[in-house]
Design a protein around this ligand. Structure first.
Ligand code: SF4
Length: 440
């Protein structure tokens, strides 16, 4: 790998490294491996989490490639929630989960807050009856600001949600609108005030650096408004153009008024925007928690879901197209609504593709995910895997040091430039057959 060019266009494709090996290596032929893993006892001292995918959104954002639906009616939603509950019931009876306490729960999407307070109350009661989360260290719930009402937030608080993640993305109505977001800036402030007043343990704000139409002036305003709100954590993603989004289809098409086609800022500009945000947040007392996240008080603000996953926890991934990891096997559910619902109505787990990991893949997976925090504790790998990662991956680490992306000592510590582009450094640690693998 060589040092980056100063300008680097944002082209279609994925930059973000979500897991290892890449999803394109997961295969239906390995589903029996996932089933065997679920019928085995858990590995000792491995935390267990539950992810629930709520795949509904008011509108499809133009950069979104997730499995979401914008056309389902109330009856469809009920059908889905029945299937989801059934899935959790099936898991609760399997050896890998039976009687095992949940350490973390994550409601993701899609838009979990799309559900009404009544639907949520009913769903939570049914889920808690089979897999209670009273003892969980963290229950995260993703929200789209325009779907929130005070009584809905109150219901979430009462049901044990500890971490509220607000998908704000930007504070400018024109930018929100032209990127297809459903909410407006006024809804952000209203929702935030309700959430703050209700006393949630942790509020996270998501932003995206480089939405179409973004400028330096507006980005500075976004950062200032974020700091004024004083959330416990701020997560900033750099805009990508995954395949199969509205934007990638519009990339070469002029607007009806002859306006130029979609253009996203180049990578060096997006990194500069995130770098600026990190610096401003640091001045306001925040600390780096990962290449994407700043936290206000590191000793109190944990992100249990992320830290557990990045250290090899088990997670039951429920909902259409959801990803999970159990006893060393990656698994993803089927990604079509009908298949998902039909399989659960027939009493079957809706597993679509899987991949059992070799010990080396488990090591690489944890190593690249933990590198995203900006610091790799080499002793952890020595103790858990019996491997000196500094020796084993000497060439890749030394290249990072030569490029001034990392300082090598007992631990590996990324420089700010390394941290801001950590995802493009990670394929150097991949096994050769997975370089260029797709995260779709
Ligand atoms: S709210 Fe999130 S999941 Fe829904 S369309 Fe937008 S980016 Fe996709």
């Amino acid at each position: 790998m060589t040092a980056e060019p100063t300008k680097e266009k944002t082209s279609p494709g994925n930059y973000f490294v979500a897991n290892y090996p890449p999803f394109s290596a997961w295969q239906p032929a390995h589903v029996p491996d996932a089933e065997a893993a679920m019928h085995s006892a858990p590995e000792p001292a491995t935390p267990l989490g539950l992810y629930l995918h709520i795949p509904f959104c008011r509108k499809r954002c133009k950069f979104c490639y997730f499995r979401v639906y914008t056309d389902k009616n109330a009856r469809d939603v009920e059908t889905y929630l029945d299937a989801l509950t059934r899935e959790v019931e099936l898991y609760a009876r399997l050896p890998v989960a039976e009687g095992r306490p949940l350490h973390f729960v994550y409601f993701g999407g899609g838009t979990p807050s799309y559900l009404s307070a009544t639907q949520l109350g009913d769903l939570f009661a049914r889920l808690q009856a089979v897999m209670p989360w009273d003892q969980a260290a963290e229950v995260t719930f993703e929200c789209e600001p325009g779907t929130l009402q005070e009584h809905k937030l109150q219901a979430l608080k009462e049901k044990g949600v500890t971490r509220l993640s607000l998908g704000i993305e930007n504070f400018d109505d024109r930018i929100l609108e032209s990127n297809g977001r459903a909410h407006l800036s006024s809804e952000i402030f209203r929702a935030y005030r309700w959430a703050r007043d209700l006393g949630f343990d942790q509020i996270n704000i998501d932003l995206i650096a480089g939405m179409v139409g973004e400028t330096w002036d507006n980005w500075r305003e976004c950062v200032r408004k974020t700091i004024d709100l004083a959330p416990e954590s701020v997560t900033i993603y750099q805009m990508e153009l995954p395949f199969n989004t509205v934007f990638t289809k519009e990339l070469h098409v002029l607007g009806s008024d002859g306006s130029p086609p979609v253009a996203v800022a180049d990578w060096s500009t997006k990194r500069a925007w995130v770098g600026f945000a990190f610096e401003e947040l640091e001045k306001a007392g925040y600390e780096v928690s990962s290449g994407y996240t700043m936290v206000r008080d590191r000793s109190r603000t944990r992100f249990v879901y992320r830290d557990c996953l990045w250290h090899g926890a088990d997670m039951l991934g429920t909902g259409v197209a959801s990803f999970g990891h159990v006893n060393g096997v990656h698994v993803q559910n089927v990604d079509a609504w009908e298949n998902y619902v039909d399989m659960l109505q027939a009493g079957k787990l809706p597993l679509g593709r899987a991949l059992p990991l070799t010990p080396r893949q488990r090591l690489i997976r944890e190593m690249i995910l933990q590198l995203k925090t900006g610091r790799l504790e080499t002793r952890y790998f020595q103790e858990k895997f019996g491997v000196s990662v500094r020796d084993e991956f000497a060439e890749a680490f030394e290249q990072m040091a030569r490029d001034q992306f990392a300082a090598l000592g007992d631990d590996v510590v990324l420089t700010r430039q390394g941290l801001l582009q950590v995802d493009r450094l990670l394929p150097a640690f991949f096994e050769p057959e997975f370089r260029g693998g797709r995260y779709t």
